[in-house]
Design a binder for this molecule. Structure first.
Ligand code: SF4
Ligand code: SF4
Length: 429
C-alpha cells in the first residue's frame, strides 16, 4: 500500500492507532489467502482491492467527494443501494469484521452485544476506519435491537438516517417499507441536492442488478464438483463487493467467472466435503470460520448469509413508468430478503434446503455471531428441517477473537468425520 498518511490525517483519523490495524491486516491476509494453492489468476484484482482497501479506494472516494459527490455508509443489505446511486452518491458497505475495534466499541456499549455492532461503533469512536471518516451520512435500519440502539450512539458523531424495517411480511408491511424507501429518497435528495427521477432510478436498478448477476454467476460456478474456487476466495469477492466501484467490480467478477468457466472443463475430483455456511454476516476481515473449515478436508461452496446469497438473490424489476412503480419494485425485492429479524421467517429454512440440493452439499454449518439472538433462536427450526432431510448440521457460535479457534477446529474435524462415516446422527450442537 502506498503512503496515504496525509489523506488519513485530513480525514481526522487517529494515525497511530490506525498504524496498528494496517500492520495486522497484511499479515493475516498473507497467511490465510496467499498460502492457498492454485488460486485463479483473476483473484489478483481482489487481492489488490483488499491490499488497497484503506488506500487507493479511499483516495478514489475522496476525489469523488472533492468533485461534489456525497458518500453514504451502510450496514445492512436492506438499505437499497439503487437510491444512493440514483441520487448521484457513493455507497459503501461498512465492514466491522475485525476484533481490532471491539475494545473501543465496549467503551460505549455493553459487552454482551454482537461483535459486529461493537466493531462498527468502535470503528467510529476510534477514528480508525477511513470509510466511516469519509462518509457524509450513515444509513441505519431497525433490523435488530442492538443495531437500532447503537445508531443513537453513532448519531453523536455524525449524521445518521435510520430506516424502519417492518418485522413481518404482511401486505401492509410491504407498503410500510415502500414508504420508508420514499423517505430515504427525500433524505438522499436533501443530502446531495440531486433529484431522484424515474430515469436515474431505473439506471441504478439496472446497474445493481448487473452486480447481482455477476455474483450469482460466481455462485453458480461453485455448484460444480469440486468447486473451481475456494470458499475463502468467493467470500473475499463478496466482501470487496460492498466497498468497490460497482462497474469495476462487475467487470472483474465477470473476468474471474470467465476463467472459472474454463477451469471447470478440467476439474479433477478432490473428495473434499462440500459445506454450506448459513447464518450471520462475515464482514471483512472476518475469515475465521472459512479458514478453519478449508484448512481441513472440506470446501465451502455456498453461504446463506448477508455476505452471500442474501446479498444478491432476486433482482429488482424495472417495469413501470413512475417513481411509485419503481418504489413498489424495490420494496418487493428487499422485503424478500429472509433475515431472522422477521417473524415468521420460514422462507429462510426453505432457502437453506433448496441450496443444500442445488449446491449438492454434504453438510451445513450454522454460523452464529455471539449474542445475535434472532439467528440463535432460529437455529432450532433449521435443525428440525435439516434433520427431516437427513442433512448433517453443526452449530458454531463465536465472535471475532481467535481464542476459540482450536476448539472450533476440533468440532469441525469431528463433524467432517461424522459426515464421512455416514452416521445416522445428523446434528452436532
Ligand atoms: S443479518 Fe439481517 S440485520 Fe444483519 S445485515 Fe443481514 S439483513 Fe441486515
Ligand atoms: S449479526 Fe445479529 S445481532 Fe449482529 S447486527 Fe446482525 S442481526 Fe444484529
Amino acid at each position: 500500500m502506498g503512503d496515504y498518511r496525509e489523506l488519513w490525517s485530513n480525514l481526522g483519523m487517529d494515525l497511530d492507532k490506525h498504524d496498528i490495524l494496517c500492520e495486522a491486516l497484511p499479515e493475516a491476509f498473507g497467511s490465510i489467502y496467499l498460502t492457498q494453492e492454485n488460486r485463479p489468476e483473476n483473484m489478483n484484482y481482489f487481492n489488490y482491492a483488499l491490499a488497497e482497501v484503506h488506500g487507493a479506494r479511499i483516495e478514489e472516494i475522496n476525489e469523488a467527494k472533492a468533485n461534489g459527490k456525497k458518500v453514504v455508509g451502510t450496514f445492512c443489505v436492506f438499505v437499497p443501494d439503487e437510491v444512493i446511486l440514483a441520487a448521484g452518491a457513493v455507497g459503501v458497505g461498512l465492514c466491522s469484521g475485525s476484533q481490532f475495534w471491539i475494545e473501543d466499541g465496549e467503551k460505549v456499549l455493553p459487552r454482551n452485544l454482537c461483535p459486529l455492532i461493537k466493531a462498527f461503533v468502535g470503528a467510529k469512536v476510534s477514528r480508525t476506519c477511513p470509510y466511516f471518516q469519509s462518509s457524509d451520512m450513515i444509513v441505519g435500519e431497525t433490523t435488530c435491537d442492538g443495531k437500532k440502539k447503537a445508531y443513537e450512539i453513532v448519531e453523536e458523531y455524525m449524521p445518521v438516517h435510520v430506516m424502519e424495517l417492518p418485522q413481518m411480511k404482511r401486505e401492509k408491511n410491504y407498503e410500510q417499507w415502500k414508504d420508508e424507501i420514499k423517505l430515504f429518497i427525500s433524505r438522499m435528495e436533501e443530502l446531495t441536492g440531486n433529484k431522484v427521477t424515474v430515469e436515474n432510478l431505473k439506471k441504478a436498478i439496472d446497474l445493481v442488478n448487473r452486480k447481482r448477476r455477476a455474483l450469482k454467476r460466481l455462485y453458480d460456478l461453485r455448484k460444480n464438483t469440486p468447486s473451481p474456487i475456494s470458499g475463502l476466495d468467493a467470500l473475499l469477492v463478496t466482501q470487496v463487493a460492498f466497498l468497490d466501484d460497482i462497474e469495476r467490480f462487475i467487470e472483474n467478477t465477470n473476468a474471474l467467472c470467465d476463467e472459472l468457466e474454463e477451469r471447470v472443463k478440467n476439474l479433477e475430483p478432490t473428495g473434499k466435503k462440500r459445506i454450506m455456511i448459513t447464518g450471520t454476516p462475515m464482514a471483512v476481515p472476518n475469515w475465521k470460520l472459512h479458514s478453519i473449515v478449508e484448512g481441513l478436508d472440506a470446501e465451502i461452496v455456498v453461504e446463506e448469509t448477508c455476505t452471500g446469497t442474501r446479498y444478491f438473490e432476486g433482482e429488482v424489476s424495472t417495469e413501470g413508468d413512475t417513481i411509485d412503480d419503481l418504489l413498489k419494485n424495490l420494496a418487493d425485492r428487499y422485503m424478500n430478503i429472509n433475515c431472522a429479524c422477521f417473524t415468521p421467517n420460514n422462507d429462510r429454512t426453505e432457502d437453506i434446503i433448496k441450496y443444500a440440493e442445488e449446491y449438492n452439499v454434504d453438510g451445513v454449518i450454522y454460523y452464529n455471531l455471539s449474542f445475535c439472538h434472532t439467528y440463535a433462536i432460529e437455529y432450532k427450526k433449521v435443525e428440525n428441517a435439516l434433520a427431516e432431510k437427513s442433512i448433517p448440521l453443526l452449530n458454531i457460535e463465536t465472535d471475532y477473537s481467535e481464542e476459540d479457534s482450536g476448539q472450533i477446529k476440533t468440532r469441525v474435524e469431528a463433524f467432517l468425520e461424522m459426515i464421512g462415516s455416514g452416521e445416522k446422527l445428523h446434528t452436532v450442537s
